[in-house]
Design a protein around this ligand. Structure first.
Ligand SMILES: NC(=O)c1ccc[n+]([C@@H]2O[C@H](COP(=O)([O-])OP(=O)(O)OC[C@H]3O[C@@H](n4cnc5c(N)ncnc54)[C@H](OP(=O)(O)O)[C@@H]3O)[C@@H](O)[C@H]2O)c1
Length: 293
């Protein structure tokens, strides 16, 4: 019986967006030391080489006892590389110094430098999806999926490719001000056994900046936890994985501890956090794929 994606993927992943150059090695070292085993990168972050180098150093360090097979490494096909997806995957593998990825995603449904209404968007994302499936058959990637796709974009993969989306991973922006699109996708494609992973849980800083967030703050106080921890636990209680970026080892430790908080959240807690936004006033913070045809 195949495992569901959530049984395999480490539920909390270290985000690496904006970590570049010399800023990569130490956070990776700290994170692996603390127990992170899931690293999320993308060609467009331009840090795959540094991550590959940092991991080689960790494999060599006897105190870590770390092997490639201990890690879950996700990367993503850049919107700049949609015309040559296989070459882009091979370059990613080479930069990360790995023989396979645990997960490879189409990062965005559109192509860079083309209008969001261009018919090429659809043509190339369907071709890219075919390539990802072939790469999976070849063993270059263990799992595949998409990021920032709408239900329509996903439906096209089912209707217009021979592969469908059985067992695919979907990476979506998720935080208390914007979570219903992820929920809609999760429920629409439940039968296809998809796995949802949330990103930008801190809503680009809004979660930390707001002076008062009554529901979150009351729950956090009751559980002796922080807003960030309660938010990560809230997303995981929906059966979603989460990504969070930190360069601060104390934050990394607290974020990882959230795993043990999930069972303390009640259904009422989760509903109260859901109501931070309503269907009419959701606030998406990151790029919006609904404009891509
Ligand atoms: N598929 C996509 O299109 C997409 C888009 C965006 C992001 N992502 C992925 O998701 C990851 C996470 O998103 P993100 O990088 O935008 O940001 P994020 O994880 O939502 O927020 C990162 C910020 O939160 C702070 N932080 C983390 N833990 C904290 C804690 N416990 N207490 C206080 N502050 C804390 C970090 O500061 P410190 O360093 O000081 O801890 C950092 O400034 C990315 O790195 C990337 O891997 C994917």
């Amino acid at each position: 019986m195949p495992l569901s994606g959530l049984d395999e993927i480490p539920l909390i992943g270290l985000g690496t967006f904006r970590l570049k150059g010399n800023a990569v090695q130490q956070p990776l070292r700290d994170a692996i030391h603390l127990g992170y085993r899931h690293i999320d990168t993308a060609a467009i972050y331009r840090n795959e080489k540094e991550i590959g180098f940092a991991l080689q150093e960790l494999y060599k360090d006897a105190s870590f006892q770390l092997a490639r097979s201990d890690l879950w490494i996700t990367s993503k096909l850049s919107p700049y590389d949609m015309e040559l997806p296989r070459a882009a995957l091979l370059e990613t593998l080479s930069h990360l110094q790995v023989e396979y990825l645990d997960l490879y995603l189409i990062h965005w449904p559109g192509i860079a430098r083309k209008p969001s209404s261009s018919p090429l968007n659809k043509q190339l994302r369907l071709e890219a999806w075919n390539m990802l499936n072939e790469a999976k058959r070849e063993g270059l990637v263990r799992h595949i999926g998409v990021s920032n796709f709408t239900p329509n974009h996903i439906q096209e993969l089912i209707a217009e490719t021979e592969y469908g989306i059985e067992g695919a991973f979907i990476q979506m922006e998720v935080h208390p001000w914007y979570w219903r699109d992820a929920m809609e996708i999760h429920s629409c494609f439940l039968e296809q056994n998809i796995t949802m992973v949330g990103y930008a849980l801190l809503a680009e800083g809004k979660l930390l900046a707001e002076s008062s967030l009554t529901a979150l703050d009351q729950i956090a106080q009751r559980l002796g936890a922080s807003r960030v921890q309660v938010t990560l636990a809230w997303a995981m209680s929906k059966n979603w994985g989460v990504l969070v970026r930190s360069q601060n080892p104390e934050h990394m430790r607290l974020n990882l501890e959230t795993l043990s908080l999930v069972s303390s959240l009640t259904a009422e807690d989760c509903t109260a956090i859901d109501k931070t936004s309503s269907p009419n006033n959701e606030e998406k913070q990151c790029w919006d794929p609904r404009i891509v045809t």
